[in-house]
Design a protein. Structure first.
Length: 385
């Protein structure tokens, strides 16, 4: 089987597992135990990982990194935890955000927070003009994801950061899909808060982080999980030392490989895209054709039911909606917001290529995909143009 669902989750890199192993076995100390070497060693390992994450995004200080159980929790801490000053409670976010952001917004709205949901352009990009027009004197936070999980489309994070800087607005970005794949610089991009997850970058599941620009005094977060006061009181609970160590190592590896993987994965994606466009009629790309994550291709095969297509290809891991939302049997809110018809959404498949895929995988999967599409189309009651 070939795994092409790397936006849902990634395989644990064997090097990462190796780095984690001592912390899963002999070095079982609690990072908060400060009276013996078991605790000190665990704490040192956690701080090393914190430095690696901070370094990867050019954070001013390692203490800007708060470890969480993943990006869902990081987004919850950012959005539910942020104490916006009176008169600045308005939040702007696009309709294409991950559900962990949108669900927070729905809850905040129910509590009286004014929220504006921006519709993206049909290519999935949030227009700066639209964002500008949505700003109000009481806008306190803009939350825009760096890269979309379904389409891979990249947002103009640096420009949005600059706009927020000019207007004195805080800026949160869900950088879960972008981290480790494209360059991120929280200082240059004027990012106040950012969410990350280890399992999207060949690290373990169940660990992530929230970047908090602690130098910004306007940023007041109230913890969502209270208890022993770990992570500066922002996230209580015994630290997941093996997970955090693995996350740190995964981030280091991702940063070392970032430039070469950007080229290699884009090459594989373009090759697959070309093969599909050369042989399969009536297909189209969902999302921006170039401004996107290197390994992601979201394609609508007109007239083909994506779930039937996936059933035809049980040995290829693909996704017909985002893994996180496939439980919701509703058509993708992302493609819907971009203006896609229900028929187009039902015909769409996400292919996400990753570190452990090679050219052979792509050629083989491409061939299988082409055959399956033509088979399903030949069985369709209405002949395709
Ligand atoms: N945000 C985005 C853009 C994602 O793709 C995901 C992945 O499912 C998440 C947030 C949630 O991350 P986690 O699985 O770490 O909670």
């Amino acid at each position: 089987p070939v795994y092409l669902d790397n936006n849902a989750t990634t395989a644990l890199d064997p090097t990462v597992l190796q780095t984690m192993m001592p912390w899963l076995t002999n070095n079982y100390g609690n990072a908060a135990s400060n009276s013996h070497s078991f605790g000190w060693e665990a704490q040192r390992a956690v701080e090393q990982a914190r430095m690696s994450i901070a370094h990867a995004i050019n954070a001013a200080s390692p203490s800007d990194i708060i470890f969480t159980s993943g990006a869902t929790e990081a987004n919850n801490l950012a959005l539910n935890g942020l104490q916006l000053p009176p008169g600045r409670s308005h939040i702007i976010t696009p309709m294409i955000e991950h559900r962990s952001v949108l669900a927070c917004c729905v809850r905040l709205a129910a509590q009286g927070t004014p929220i504006t949901y921006l519709r993206p352009q049909s290519d999935g990009i949030v227009s700066l003009n639209e964002l500008n027009n949505a700003l109000r004197p009481e806008t306190g936070l803009v939350s825009v994801m760096a890269a979309n999980n379904e389409t891979g489309t990249l947002q103009k994070i640096e420009e949005i950061g600059a706009l927020c800087r000019d207007r004195g607005i805080l800026f949160h970005t869900d950088a879960t899909q972008a981290f480790g794949k494209i360059a991120l610089d929280v200082q240059r991009m004027n990012i106040s808060l950012a969410a990350f997850s280890a399992h999207k970058i060949y690290g373990p599941k169940g660990v992530g982080a929230l970047y908090v620009n602690t130098a910004d005094e306007r940023l007041r977060l109230s913890p969502q999980i209270v208890g022993g006061g770990q992570e500066h009181g922002l996230r209580s609970g015994t630290l997941n030392v093996p997970g955090i160590v693995g996350f740190g190592r995964a981030a280091e590896i991702a940063m070392i490989n970032l430039p070469s993987e950007l080229v290699r994965l884009s090459g594989l994606r373009n090759r697959l895209k070309q093969a599909l466009f050369d042989t399969v009629p009536n297909i189209s790309i969902n999302g921006h054709p170039h401004e996107c994550l290197p390994g992601v291709l979201n394609i609508a095969f007109s007239g083909v039911d994506a779930s039937s297509l996936l059933l035809e290809l049980p040995d290829i891991a693909l996704s017909s909606a985002s893994a996180c939302s496939s439980k919701h049997q509703t058509p993708s809110h992302v493609l819907q917001a971009m203006g896609a018809s229900v028929a187009q959404i039902q015909a769409s498949v996400r292919i996400s290529i990753g570190r452990f895929n090679n050219e052979k995988d792509i050629v083989w999967a491409g061939g299988r995909l082409i055959d399956a599409v033509s088979l399903l189309r030949s069985m369709a009651p209405i002949p395709q143009k």
